[in-house]
Ligand binder design. Sequence first.
Ligand code: ISL
Length: 545
Amino acid sequence: LNTTPWWRDAVIYQIYIRSFADGDGDGMGDIEGIRSRLPYLRELGVDAIWITPWYVSPQADAGYDVADFRDIDPRFGTLTDAERLITQAHEHGIRVLPDIVPNHTSDQHEWFRAALKAGPGSEERARYVFRPGRGEHGEHPPNNWISRFGGPAWTRVTEQDGTPGEWYLHLFAPEQPDLNWDHPEVNAEFEDILRFWFDRGVDGFRIDVAHGLVKDAELPDVISSDNTRGYSDGQHPHWDRDGVHEIYRRWRAIADEYPGERKFVAEAGADTPHRLANYVRPDGLHTAFNFEFLRCRWDAHDLRETIDSTTSSLWGVGAPATWVLSNHDVVRHVSRYGRPQHSWAAGENYRAEGPLDLSLGTRRARAAALLMLALPGGAYVYQGEELGLAEVEDIPERFLQDPIWERTGHTERGRDGCRVPLPWSGRRPPFGFSPSEEAEPWLPQPEGWSDYTVENQQGRSDSMLELYREALRIRREHPALGEGDLAWNDSPREVLSFSRTPGFHCVVNLSAEPCELPEHQRVLLSSDEPIGSSLPPDTAVWLAD
Ligand code: ISL
């Protein structure tokens, strides 16, 4: 009998809703599209789906600017569609986790509109972070905080009488004003929103910018808006402050009122595994994304250190580890690994340096999938990684939609390249993404994606899709996989080799030379064929006693 709560080792598939599947033919994904692809997800073998924000939103940041948390954006469907999706997903054995965005609302949220109207000093403004500016005429922002999307984190409003007035805080786009989490109404509102969706059957939430909610009330200048380096624990004025954990203790209590192990996963930009562990305590959130793993280079030493430091910090607080290779905010890992010189810049943004070797990137991505799915804990699969999609790096500028592109004055292309609508079938765009051939996906798909469609990959034993399906099938069946131990084996420096009990072994060769495989072990699955007694470079293998 397996008594492990489902969330401790779930494989959760990230649906970026506007790019997964389009049910109504407007070129944008929607709830009906997800519903129609539930059989695909069941066959893939994932335990749950995380769906990026589906709420009413002007879409200034692709739905992360929410105007009404209790209804669905008409582009994506209706509340009834959402309820039907939850029910049908459950019938397919798939749990559903929407995204919740508590750090900010849309500037079109009724609270923010009321705040603009009500003016300085009002109760309405107290739910956000409004301040007078610095300088003789208040013409300078209240402090030096920087928006994650570029430029100052403050925008000045024009008051009702037409004069330049107060400034409001937005750690992201100006259309995303930050809420004031010291305000009891803000707290009460989100607790109610959680209940609203739990009552409709959702199995948990992904919490957006979980580390950003609480700010130092004095709003002091920062040394850096990118990260917490240079500050001692919890002392940065707006990232990763201890006060957030009090909020999540209450959220956990709400989740625990419901049957069936509802769970949270924090998108917490904590700078060390130790700080990340603060989020995941028995009376706090269940899990948190482990972005250290995502940021690793294709380097055995880097990966092994990250695996060790995350497991030891998280196990220390009784939480399972999670593993993520890609998401809707970063360059797809085929493209990262296919560029030996890739690097993460100071903040979050990845820089592509040097030419892309697509076949190398793909080979490594196959090996990385076997590594990730063999590690203890849970894993996240970002839509399209199971198809081996690479970053689309040549989207014509007129199509780019990410606010980062505008806000940085076109110095950063932004995140659209990992958000291109999925190819399902057929020889040309929209590749079955939309029901009609004439529909134009909201971002153009590369012609070359005809090789990457689900239709083209299924049943082909050498395809990325079949590798994921087979790995997930073995993972469900093998008692050693999921939660549990990990023991490193002796291996050459550039080889990762570990065992899981009972009787499972994973070897990943990150060196330029073939490496010897242990004798007397049976190959369960390998990322490249054929495997003899040695493992080629950039290849992973699963072995059994
Ligand atoms: O702040 C960070 C690190 O300290 C970032 O990693 C931050 O957590 C990340 O940029 C937040 O992303 C999420 O919220 C954004 C949205 O644009 C992203 O798509 C979403 O994943 C604003 O809601």
